[in-house]
Design a protein around this ligand. Structure first.
Ligand code: DON
Length: 601
């Protein structure tokens, strides 16, 4: 018997097709550099006294990552990011006496230089800050729809989506990254903007050394990049640069110097803004100088929820991440006891909780400046009990069946920073898909986002992440498109920072970030095991439980199928970057499915 859940207003069907392998993922799980700056030996895994001892999980025998791996360890401070050069930029700022916010901003600007597929000035993001004095702040620097945007701008006369939300000049929201990072620094940093920008400027001028991951990423995106002018920088001779090539970015260096001299005005007004607008005009885009001049990041009231005595500090809307994670965890908290990690009972319960939370996510969440978002109700423990009562131990819930096909895209990046004073920063930033809309601004040296695709271009029709969203997330001028980004800080039972984490991967951000949290809290795993454990994903539509290849034992696969779940593998879950407190310091870890560097001092 299957319980039936209807999702109002959704009429199209989704066939679970995942065609695009996350270009950030290496099939061999190789990590470019996760080398610790301090020895990982000895007691580095010992948890702080405020959480229970760690337990080694059992992974399926064919699973590609072993248990017992080691995260990087450092006694005082830690940074984890997708780019070795960006982590080094942050470490340099920490060494020079900067705090975690100074370092995070340095990492963000350096990612814009060294990690063009996702690091950006042409996109937006979210930052969660928890300072040593207990202050919590959440900054929303999500892109907004241009002033000339209209509800149906991606639907043609025959009612068909044009694809304009994905590739080309019309796909971009007004970038928020520079306004966000400069505002975070102004409010909570200690160093001058020019000083935190210095490593990024140096990197842009002296050159980024292409590693195997960057070379492969550029190779995969060659067709898109070549459609616009990004190849002039990133595809020398029209080809992805081989490993070891040094890529200098004088235009980007100039943009960064303008920002260093003028603050956000160096981007939103004058030369840089004019370059963006000129390229928009050339390609029939709609971003104007007025759009850039009025863009403002927003400090939001942090979302604070609890899970089994731990506290989550996370992003409220315009991201759906915090609410959807909180709703999922609240549902799980209503059950007595926790099935062992890896069992069908665990994955069934988890998938069902995601499914219920995503039904709300897809129908009720959007920019709170434009629509009413029932944050208190959705994150209440009472509401979670109502939802949890729909979950039966022996039967899968059924999201209303719909038709249609989806593809899934990639490219976002998360970084976590803690400093020796106890300040912590979790930041996720994106241009949405790999190299955003493909559009490159030659005068500014930046790729533009294709974040407009995160709006509901047409209610009931899936976006590139297969998300079928509702009317409340419809396009309107100045509105922020709903996001799944979930930068999160978890406090332990004593109220001290335990985890600083987040992920990339569209809706898979939510399931991946929360599973690392659950693996640490419920399954008492070390950080490395929590990150290495096979993950699942369910986003209500398509009504499919996604799992990693070899991530379920055959018995568990069969049991979940018998329960009524439609199972499908996915090429990659979200890719998590995390920092966790241990007894004698901090561990940092790059998702073993990804690459980057965790290092500290
Ligand atoms: O904001 C969002 O939810 C998406 N634009 C994030 C895209 C993403 O994570 C792609 N990454 N791999």
């Amino acid at each position: 018997m299957m319980a039936r859940i209807s999702l109002a207003g959704i009429t199209a069907a989704i066939i679970a097709l995942i065609s695009a392998c996350d270009p950030g993922t290496r099939a061999d799980g190789d990590t470019t550099s996760a080398s610790p700056s301090v020895s990982t030996a000895g007691t580095a895994d010992a948890p702080p006294a405020s959480i229970p001892p760690r337990v080694t999980p059992t992974f399926p025998s064919s699973w590609r990552f072993p248990t017992g791996a080691r995260a990087s360890f450092a006694p005082k401070a830690m940074i984890a990011s997708n780019s070795s050069a960006a982590t080094d930029a942050g470490a340099e700022i920490l060494r020079r006496g900067g705090n975690a916010i100074d370092a995070a901003v340095a990492v963000g600007f350096a990612l814009a230089v060294s990690y063009p597929e996702a690091g950006n000035l042409g996109g937006g993001g979210y930052m969660v800050i928890r300072k040593a004095d207990g202050t919590v702040a959440t900054l929303d620097y999500r892109e907004v729809a241009p002033l000339a945007a209209t509800r149906d701008m991606y639907v043609d006369a025959s009612g068909t989506l044009t694809g304009g939300s994905v590739v080309g000049h019309l796909a971009s929201g007004v970038p928020g990254a520079v306004a966000g990072m400069t505002e975070a620094l102004r409010a909570h940093g200690t160093m001058a903007l020019a000083d935190v920008l210095a490593p990024a400027i140096r990197l842009a001028e002296s050159g980024v050394v292409v590693d195997s991951a960057l070379s492969a990423s550029l190779g995969n995106a060659k067709d898109l990049i070549s459609r616009f002018s990004g190849g002039t920088v990133w595809l020398p001779n029209g080809q992805a640069p081989p490993v070891g090539t040094v890529i200098r970015q004088p235009a980007l260096a100039r943009t960064l110097r303008l920002i260093a001299a003028k603050g956000a005005d160096g981007f939103y007004r004058g030369e840089t803004a004019n370059s963006i607008v000129a390229e928009m005009r050339r390609g029939k885009g709609i971003i104007t100088n007025a759009d850039l001049e009025v863009y403002k990041p927003k400090w939001r009231d942090p979302l604070r929820t609890t899970y089994r005595g731990y506290t989550l500090l996370t992003m409220p809307p315009s991201s759906s991440g915090g609410i959807t994670i909180s709703e999922t965890l609240n549902i799980l908290e209503t059950f007595d006891g926790v099935p062992a990690y890896g069992t069908a009972a665990w994955f069934h319960r988890l998938a069902s909780a995601y499914q219920l939370a995503f039904i709300d996510r897809n129908a009720k969440l959007a920019d709170p400046d434009f629509v009413q978002v029932p944050i208190v109700e959705l994150t209440s423990k009472d509401y979670a009990r109502t939802l949890a009562s729909k979950i039966r131990p022996d039967s899968a819930l059924r999201t209303e069946a719909v038709t249609g096909a989806t593809r899934e895209g990639t490219q976002t990046t998360h970084y976590s920073v803690v400093d020796s004073l106890g300040n912590a920063v979790a930041t996720t930033t994106t241009i949405n898909e790999l190299y955003g809309s493909g559009v490159f601004i030659p005068g500014a040296g930046i790729f533009m986002n294709n974040e407009m695709d995160d709006f509901t271009s047409q209610p009931g029709t899936p976006n590139l992440f297969g998300l079928v969203q509702g009317e409340q997330n419809a396009i309107a001028p100045g509105k922020r498109m709903l996001s799944a980004m979930s930068p999160t800080i978890v406090l332990d039972l004593a109220g001290d920072v335990l985890l600083v984490l987040g992920s990339r991967g569209g809706p898979r951000i939510i399931s991946s970030t929360s599973q690392v949290i659950l693996n640490v809290i419920d399954h008492h795993m070390t950080l490395a095991d929590a990150m290495s454990a096979p993950r699942i994903h369910h986003q209500a539509l398509p009504d499919t439980l996604r799992h990693e290849r070899d991530g379920l034992t055959p018995e568990v696969h069969r049991a979940l199928t018998d329960t009524g779940h439609r199972l499908a593998t996915y090429p990659s879950p979200g890719l998590v970057m995390a920092v966790m407190r241990v007894r004698d310091g901090w561990q940092g870890m790059i998702d073993p499915r990804s690459f980057g560097k965790a290092a500290g001092h």
